[in-house]
Design a protein around this ligand. Structure first.
Ligand SMILES: C[S@@+](CC[C@H](N)C(=O)[O-])C[C@H]1O[C@@H](n2cnc3c(N)ncnc32)[C@H](O)[C@@H]1O
Length: 395
């Protein structure tokens, strides 16, 4: 299907939804009672996101925020409240009907917030050619839009272009646990349903790294739909455009604390838990970002850790039989590869089948934020308990 045709179908679909107020799309967890206190119903009715990228404590006072595919403006208005009257919010959308609703309600929201004038503007434009000046945005948000863009790499490159050095993104979108087959890719109706254009988590994160972002990690995930055996998930991801030059520092080593026993970062450096790894200034710049920072001890001279040290973190599997219940774990950053203490090697975005014991390990507080877990089993699983060999070879 030609790109122009996809774009037109998607725009028609959202123009229709905006004029009828039809319910569409995905799981969000807005505090609607709170939003109703300052955002008109006309906007809330056409909220078609799959997350709450502005509501996740990601937005700070005085910042310039860009919302790609702002629709009726729900996240722009939430950001408007969070940046305060000194901040600025830009919403971009390609669909006139959406822009009209958003523009009409901007002064109403400003008045409800007690602002002298609105700090939100809505511009007509495409996600892959945004009418925004280079390097001017502190935070890019987007809610269930990039999957609708035919050329995602172009969108990621645009995001990198407009972000300030030191800027970041928090994006909610739909991804799939495996490549979406051609019969869905060429189904025009399912583009508008946020299905046909969904990338795998691997491709999504790799596309962002390819554009220049680093430290990409999961903020939130929830299962959405299963179609023909393909799991579609809602994910909210954050990543950084690191400043071009790292600040001067005498830090030369990073020691992995855990819970992973080994990780590889997005710049290709591998770390073994407890062993000091020499690092470059660029790597230091990356490791200082949340959520990588909590995994490492950074030092000017080599620092070894052992199990007796209370900075060492690990979650060991129980010494009991396990069952296979259909669970698969998808590593969702900030590492491209990571190993646990039971011989599993997780590669970013690739589903790895795990048993009940490993599920329990990955549900621990130190592991849970890094994984999306799906269950590919049908209704009923009757797996018998399996006892792993002491060398840990079964799971
Ligand atoms: C699923 S709706 C989400 C709207 C809004 N983010 C929300 O959470 O309610 C997708 C929106 O993105 C816009 N959109 C889709 N593809 C786009 C593109 N390539 N460039 C600009 N806007 C796009 C549509 O017009 C629509 O308003």
């Amino acid at each position: 299907m030609p790109i122009d045709e996809i774009t037109q179908k998607v725009s028609d679909r959202y123009a229709r939804a905006a004029s009828t107020g039809e319910q569409m799309c995905c799981p969000t967890s807005y505090d609607m009672a709170d939003l109703q206190s300052f955002i008109p119903e006309e906007v809330l009715k056409v909220s078609y996101g799959c997350g709450t990228p502005a509501g996740l404590k990601t937005v700070s006072l005085g910042e310039t925020v860009l919302d790609i595919g702002s629709g009726g403006g729900i996240d722009c208005f939430e950001a408007s409240r969070l940046v305060g009257p000194t901040g600025h919010v830009i919403g971009i959308d390609m669909t006139d009907t959406m822009l009209a609703i958003a523009r009409k309600n901007a002064p109403v929201v400003a008045a409800n917030l007690g602002y002298a004038s609105s700090n939100v503007e809505f511009r007509k434009g495409m996600a892959d050619a945004m009418p925004v000046i280079d390097g001017t945005i502190d935070l890019i948000i987007s809610n269930c839009v990039i999957n609708l863009a035919p050329d995602k790499r172009k969108v990621f490159r645009e995001m990198f272009r407009v972000a300030k050095p030191g800027g970041r993104f928090t994006i909610s979108d739909i991804v799939a646990d495996q490549p979406v087959p051609q019969y869905l890719v060429h189904d025009a109706e399912k583009w508008g349903d946020c299905l046909s254009g969904a990338l795998t988590l691997t491709d999504y994160m790799a596309g962002m790294v390819g554009a220049g972002f680093l430290g990409i990690h999961l903020i939130k995930t929830s299962p959405w739909q299963k179609i023909d055996g393909i799991h579609f998930l809602s994910v909210t991801l954050t990543g950084y455009k690191l400043p071009a030059s790292a600040p001067r520092s005498d830090i030369r080593y990073a020691t992995l604390r855990g819970p992973f026993s080994r990780v590889v970062d997005e710049l290709g450096t591998a770390y073994l838990r407890g062993i000091p790894q020499p690092i470059t200034p660029d790597t230091l710049n990356l490791l200082r970002q949340a959520p990588l920072a909590s995994h490492f001890i950074l030092s000017s001279s080599p620092l070894w850790l052992d199990r007796a040290d209370d900075r060492w973190t690990a979650v060991y599997p129980a010494d009991t039989p396990c069952t296979w219940q259909g669970h698969f774990a998808l590593l969702a950053g900030p590492f491209v590869e990571a190993a646990d203490d039971d011989h599993h090697v997780y590669r970013r975005g690739e589903p790895l089948e795990i048993c009940s014991k490993t599920l329990h390990v990955l549900e621990a507080d130190s592991y849970a934020p890094h994984f999306a877990i799906i269950n590919r089993a049908g209704q009923h699983v009757s797996c018998e308990a399996v006892t792993c060999a002491p060398t840990g070879s079964c799971c």
